[in-house]
Design a protein around this ligand. Structure first.
Ligand code: GRF
Length: 218
């Protein structure tokens, strides 16, 4: 059973997609053991509580300095002893110590086709505003392993989404969430839970050539 800790900062729609997939069989052999947020009022924490999942807030301003916050965040993750850490709309830079400790076992969902519209300052609606400003005809979402950079770790999965005439950033964000984020994140987790994507401490291995979350086992 793959033990998952999910880190969130906001509405938690990606968390909900994982919860729903576990409950409806889209993800097998996995369990979210804890949800952690840097925001005490994150609706994602309510989503966790509604499904009986342990939920904890680790809030920066409650600590004397960044080091103390970082240590508390790592301790909150360690306490759950996860196999996999999922960043689902988590807007805090991870401590280097945590990346080193969980290397190859932290994944993130980003709402663009990396390397487009990613890196510092590209989060939430800003990503879609930039895509519309550039006039791209296709955007999408990416699941990648997390390393010390911002959205720079090895790409695991991507799904393209059409940009339509008249799209606003909000409309495009919703389409990318519905058609890409909420599909590939559960799909990658299911692949990890079935060993089709290998986790390791040293470096992530490429996806094995068995199955895929598009045509593979749900
Ligand atoms: C989503 O666009 C996600 O791609 C990004 O954060 C946004 C909010 O996600 N990482 P959620 O609704 O909190 O899951």
């Amino acid at each position: 059973m793959l033990k998952i800790v999910t880190l969130v900062s906001g509405g938690g729609t990606n968390l909900q997609a994982i919860i729903d997939a576990i409950e409806n069989g889209g993800i097998k052999n996995a369990q979210i053991v804890k949800v952690i947020s840097n925001k005490a009022d994150a609706y994602a924490l309510e989503r966790a509580a509604k499904h009986g999942i342990a939920a904890q807030a680790v809030v920066k301003k409650e600590f004397p300095d960044r080091e103390a916050f970082n240590d508390a965040l790592i301790a909150a993750v360690d306490e759950a002893a996860p196999d996999l850490v999922v960043l689902a709309g988590f807007l805090v830079v991870l401590p280097v110590k945590m990346i080193e400790k969980y290397r190859g076992r932290i994944i993130n969902i980003h709402p663009s086709l990396i390397p487009s519209f990613c890196g510092n300052g590209f989060y939430g609606l800003k990503v879609h505003e930039a895509a519309l400003a550039r006039g791209v005809k296709v955007t999408g979402a990416t699941v990648h392993f997390v390393d010390e950079g911002t959205d720079t770790g090895p790409i695991i999965a991507q799904k393209a989404v059409e940009v339509k005439e008249g799209d606003t950033p909000e409309i495009l964000q919703r389409r990318v969430m519905e058609q890409a984020e909420w599909v590939i994140l559960p799909g990658v987790i299911n692949d990890i839970a079935h060993g089709r994507i290998k986790l390791s401490r040293s470096h992530p291995e490429e996806r094995s050539d068995e199955g895929s979350y598009y045509g593979g086992e749900k």
